[in-house]
Design a protein around this ligand. Structure first.
Ligand code: ADP
Ligand code: MG
Length: 581
């Protein structure tokens, strides 16, 4: 049986896992790591690099890289990097392709099917864009599941005999999701979910960057535009400091000059945990809102929650852990690695889809995270007002579900256009239009005719809309799915063709490319008296790589690693991988 892999396609990091030898297992990338940064870079040669190498490239050449593109999934926005223009699904496809390749190397067989996770708060357009990314990467997306649902599956797989009310707190790089669920002996029921699509760990870093620039009389917006290299390096410094504060009371941030090099003479700004907490306080406050909403929707008080599970890299911040502890009156559960739990859960879902014996006692229900309904006309005084949204399936309803509601056509109408929307706003124009259905052949009457509408929504995101006219056997029906629709076959083919033309940097040489990129970054970081020596070693390394001269490459790499080690840099992760371009 060909394996279905589970993929956590994150804003910041992506992971791939597979259900192997009776348990979900993470798959390492070309660098032997489980986390692949969701960053795409285009080298001067035109080659595309994904992951760690692109992350290194971003520090020295931010304009050649794209990241956080998950935030604009479902939008028509495009970015230009190098000579190429990309949409968010195309960039995501490049990340998925690289994960697919890692899985194929690991499993020693082709991988063509996947379960992909998305934030619970993703609407239909965003889910469609995710499916399309899969298609562009040569993967059939068998199921899209919500990230917190995946987290629950991983938790439930590991701890089957508990009876608990859980709250999954997922703070990633760009999104925040809260889910309340009940686990009873392998059966998991999602009760409520809430979240924010634009709140994550990157915002914490950005606030810190903005604060440091403000103190020096600059603004983040202006600098990002005028001196992207300065901001890129400062962001890398702030990111490191933010992480350091997980274990230390104080972290230091090296100052960066206008060119984006470390200031000379060297200067550091120190940052304490308390200062950091103060700087990010507005973000911490925003975290409370979805927690309170999810608890309200699940009709629970904080004290009725047995365990809070932390998911997402940013949930490691002590100020976040502190906030959760204060809200719930107890320390959150950190048993599972917050980075890995979603991908592991996606692999458990793939085992469920393959009906594997190891998961036959697991039962999962989900909920729909947005209300689904139709546009209606309201009678206001003695006139009709159009454009109101009337939900048929309310948000947080357990799925699969089927609900029916009756309406009356406007007096004299012979046909009615049913417009199907997703969202919470009172006016339909503020919600997302999913599709339409004409109901025709109505006998016009002075009081209008009764029309019933049935919505059926299933776990794979399929929405079936049926409508009946009272007293008539005729049925009108439309099925709205999350296939990569909205895009014609020709559009899809064009996007595939564009991606096919890209030269992807070979996986077996990525490790060396990353070393090169790392050294290039170091050029701007080390003290000037070391800089010449570093450049003197970098030139032959680069030359040997582009000439494909293996013997010279090995020699140059050895010399470089020895030099780096003499600077006190840990070179262990660059050892091995002796391929040459
Ligand atoms: P996503 O699901 O959006 O891809 P992740 O769960 O991988 O995101 O989390 C990435 C975020 O977590 C980043 O903003 C990163 O800065 C943050 N992060 C990771 N480790 C730490 C840490 N030790 N301390 C603070 N933030 C961290
Ligand atoms: Mg995530």
């Amino acid at each position: 049986m060909s394996p279905i892999v589970g993929i956590d396609l994150g804003t910041t990091n992506s992971l791939v896992a597979v259900f192997h030898h009776g348990r979900p297992q993470l798959i390492p990338n070309a660098h032997g790591k489980f986390l692949t940064p969701s960053i795409v870079g285009v080298l001067e040669s035109g080659d595309v690099v994904v992951g760690e190498t692109a992350r290194e490239l971003r520090i020295t050449q931010p304009t050649r890289c794209a990241w956080a593109f998950k935030r604009w999934m479902g939008q028509t926005r495009q970015v230009k990097i190098g000579m190429s223009v990309f949409t968010a699904p195309e960039l995501s496809a490049l990340v998925l392709k690289s994960l697919k390749q890692d899985a194929e190397v690991f499993l020693q067989q082709p991988v063509t099917e996947a379960v992909v996770t998305v934030p619970a708060y993703f609407n239909d357009h965003q889910r469609k864009a995710t499916r399309m990314a899969g298609e562009l990467a040569g993967l059939v997306v068998r199921r899209i599941i919500n990230e917190p649902t995946a987290a629950a599956l991983a938790y439930g797989f590991q701890d089957r005999h508990v009876e608990k009310r859980l709250l999954v707190f997922d703070l990633g790089g760009g999104t925040f999701d809260v889910t309340v669920m009940e686990v009873t002996g392998g059966a998991m029921e999602i009760k409520a979910t809430a979240g924010e699509n634009f709140l994550g760990g990157e915002d914490f870093t950005d606030r810190l960057v903005a604060e440091i620039l403000t103190r020096a009389g600059m603004t983040l917006e202006a600098e990002e535009h005028l001196r992207p290299r300065r901001v890129a390096r400062l962001r890398a410094e702030c990111e490191a400091a933010k992480r350091e504060l997980q274990h230390a009371e104080t972290a230091s941030i090296r100052q960066v000059d206008a060119e984006g090099n470390l200031a000379e003479p060297p200067a550091v700004t120190s940052l304490t945990r308390d200062e950091f907490r103060h700087i990010v306080d507005p973000l911490l406050r925003r975290l409370r809102v979805p927690i309170e909403q999810a608890l309200r929707d699940a009709r629970l008080s904080p004290s009725q929650v047995d365990d809070v599970i932390l998911v997402g890299g940013a949930s490691r911040m002590p100020s976040v852990v502190g906030l959760v502890a204060a809200m719930f009156g107890r320390a959150p559960n950190a048993e599972l690695n917050p980075d890995e739990i979603v991908a592991l859960g996606a692999a458990v879902q793939s085992a469920l889809m393959n009906d594997l014996a190891e998961v036959d006692d697991l039962v999962m229900t989900d909920i729909c995270s947005h209300s689904l309904g139709v546009e209606v006309v309201k009678v206001v005084g003695d006139w009709f007002e159009k454009g109101f949204f009337d939900p048929i399936i309310h948000r947080n309803t357990t799925i699969p579900v089927s609900r029916e509601k009756s309406y009356r056509s406007v007096p004299g109408a012979e046909k009615v256009l049913i417009q199907i929307f997703q969202g919470e706003a009172r006016r339909s124009s503020d919600n997302l239009l999913l599709g339409e259905l004409w109901v025709t052949g109505i006998t016009p009457t002075a009081t209008g005719t009764e029309i019933s509408i049935r919505f059926t929504y299933d776990l794979s995101g399929l929405l079936e809309v049926e409508s009946f006219i009272a007293g008539s056997p005729k049925k009108f029906q439309v099925v709205l799915n999350q296939e990569a629709a909205g895009l014609s076959a020709a559009d899809l083919e064009r996007a595939l063709e564009r991606l096919r033309k890209l030269k992807i940097y070979p996986r077996d040489r990525l490790e060396n490319r990353r070393l090169l990129q790392f050294c290039e970054r170091l050029v701007g970081e080390i003290a000037p008296h070391w800089r010449d020596s570093l450049e003197a070693m970098l030139d032959p390394l680069e030359a040997a790589m582009s000439l494909g001269d293996f013997a010279r490459f090995i020699e140059a790499k050895r010399a470089m690693l020895d030099f780096l080690a003499s600077l006190g840099i840990d070179t262990a992760e660059f050892e091995g991988g002796e391929h040459v371009e």
